[in-house]
Design a protein around this ligand. Structure first.
Ligand SMILES: [Zn+2]
Length: 407
């Protein structure tokens, strides 16, 4: 447990990607996503470019986490379930300042007794921190509270591309006190149009798989349109798409901190597969009969042609000195006179038998090309979806296991 405390650094998870507006987005310059905010302009940085404040994003995700854990079936769990949320917005935090002072006094008192007895003293600061951690809800442990530092950071999201022309929209003036449309008041508000990408970075310190799972789950909710950013969300504004480009895990190596203090791993990068080297597939694996150079000539030709088309091969092979008359002998096929006239079926059979050729969609193609082709279909553009799914399975799976343990 203590490894997860804010005063000990064990590792970091850094998530980077793009957050792109699906519908118009209005985050008023005056506030962090108050749905009733009537500020006209959107929030801009020093250069006049609109951005998304990290605090707005954090606020939306935190509220969603609280709502999730307050709802059934989480709400009726044991008094301190491992998936829970306090009601910090209603002034009911899981750990109050009063409780912290109480624990501090207890530990001070214990130290007095220890001093008299000549027993080593407690580190009061650490003892208090551990108690706060133990008594904090899941949401405070991740997003922080007055008594606990946040372990997740959301830097402001800058525009990822060129400055878009902003939209001006009509809105009905709202009476902030009554939450009703104020009589006849109309105003315009500025909004970022749909399709505008912002650069998203999230940093989670001392990541616990289940907490990372909660975070990924919340971003999934955002991506699915179940959560909205900024104001006017009741009018369909603030829906965004989330695309992860890199998820890098950095952990302190316990075994040898001096040799390699930190180890970094890009979780979205496919694990390196041990593949048969190209040279091996094309070279040593060719049939052992006859003249190896003749087999190699044939292999090179098939690699050039990208497939072993029997009718075409005969013509091309004879250009390289492998004629119908000498194939049987040079390749050591050992065919009788009758079969020697049509050697290609036997040659393809031999090459398939040694693994040089494989059948794909009715064609015989070099195994090495088939492997490349398969890798291409796995990864159509940069990051394979499969790998992202593995990352989600690890973290969201851990969240699920924690839920099962709590039952
Ligand atoms: Zn809490």
């Amino acid at each position: 447990m203590s490894a997860l405390l804010f005063d000990t650094f064990t590792g970091r998870l850094r998530l980077e990607g793009l957050l792109t507006t699906r519908t118009a987005l209005h985050i008023g310059a005056g506030g962090g996503g108050d749905p009733l905010a009537t500020d006209l302009p959107v929030v801009r940085d020093g250069a006049g470019r609109p951005y998304i404040p990290g605090s707005s994003l954090k606020g939306v995700l935190r509220s969603a986490a609280e709502a999730l854990f307050h709802g059934a079936p989480f709400a009726d769990r044991s008094p301190r379930p491992s998936l829970s949320a306090c009601r910090i917005m209603a002034g009911l935090p899981c750990v109050t300042h009063q409780r912290v002072e109480e624990v501090r006094k207890e530990k001070d008192l214990e130290n007095r007794t220890r001093k008299e007895a000549g027993v080593p003293l407690l580190d009061v600061g650490r003892e208090v921190a551990e108690t706060v951690w133990a008594e904090s809800c899941s949401v405070c442990r991740l997003f922080g509270s007055l008594e606990l530092a946040s372990r997740v950071r959301f830097p402001d999201l800058p525009l990822a591309g060129d400055l878009p022309p902003l939209e001006l929209r009509n809105g009905v003036g709202i009476d902030r006190d009554k939450g009703l449309a104020a009589n006849g008041v109309l105003y315009d508000f500025e909004a970022v149009p749909p399709g505008i990408p912002f650069r998203l970075t999230v940093v989670l310190d001392n990541p616990d798989d289940a907490d990372a799972g909660l975070l990924l789950y919340l971003f999934h909710e955002l991506d699915q349109g179940n959560l909205a950013l900024g104001g006017k969300s009741s009018r369909g504004l603030g829906l965004v798409q989330v695309q992860w480009e890199s998820i890098v895990e950095t952990r302190i190596r316990e075994e040898n901190p001096f040799a390699e203090l930190l180890s970094r791993r890009d979780l979205l990068k496919p694990a390196e597969k041990t593949e048969t080297p190209v040279a091996e597939a094309a070279g040593p694996k060719l049939p052992a009969t006859g003249d190896p150079a003749a087999w190699q000539t044939l292999a090179d030709l098939i690699l050039e042609l990208k497939e072993a088309d029997k009718s075409f091969l005969g013509q091309k092979a004879s250009e390289r000195g492998l004629t119908k008359a000498n194939l049987n002998e040079r390749l050591g096929l050992g065919l009788g006179e009758r079969k020697a006239g049509k050697p290609w079926d036997f040659i393809v059979e031999r090459l398939a038998g040694c693994g040089f050729l494989v059948e794909r969609h009715g064609k015989w193609i070099p195994a090495v090309l088939a492997a490349t082709e398969e890798r291409k279909t796995e990864a159509p553009s940069g990051r394979p979806a499969l790998v992202l799914q593995e990352v989600i399975d690890r973290f969201v799976g851990a969240l699920g296991r924690r839920w099962e343990e709590a039952c």
